[in-house]
Design a protein around this ligand. Sequence first.
Ligand SMILES: [Zn+2]
Length: 218
Amino acid sequence: MTERGLSLLVTLRSEAQPHVSRVVPARRGTAVRVRAGQVFRVTDPYGGQVGDLFAFVDDGARRLTSYLSSAHTRGHTSRLFPAVGEDFVTAARTPVLGLLDDTSPGRHDMLIPACDPERYRLLGAREHRSCVANVHEALAELDLVVDAVPQPVNLFMNIPVGADGALSWLPAPSRRGDSVTFVSHLDTVVVLSACPQDLVGINAGAPTDLVLDVLDRP
Ligand SMILES: [Zn+2]
């Protein structure tokens, strides 16, 4: 972690009050503007809940075209999963978020796309909420649109890769109150979806709420 990251953490732990504190209800999403230099935190208050995290570059346009790319981040860090001290980058290799702190067991998937209506139809559910729909709904609240929902960083989602390359869909290992803290390197629109997946066991029982706090202003 950088000295700047450490000093930001000391600040937020000792004196800062959240400027934005939002409960994201189970199966729903939210979008919030985060300015360059601001810190935000995602908390899993009950444990075992996956949060699909997206960061779009906020360039003033209604249609968002640049965003955190999990694929480019894997190339940037030479890792499958994020680690404290590392940055997330866009498709132009520009750092957009930094990972400052993580109290969870530290597994955050960057391989699996956001769940969508077709995923649930294939699992036998005709009508089901999805992270893709949550992103569109949350952005619409800010009068913003995207042509396609990018692959998220799936916070707390545990998808280990076997030696033979097989993926396992395991319950999220996050405990009550575990959190992940980020700094935004650019002006961004951050979207968090409390994943509604209840047909595959990634959410350790049933989907529950998440909390999104924006903690610091430049
Ligand atoms: Zn989902």
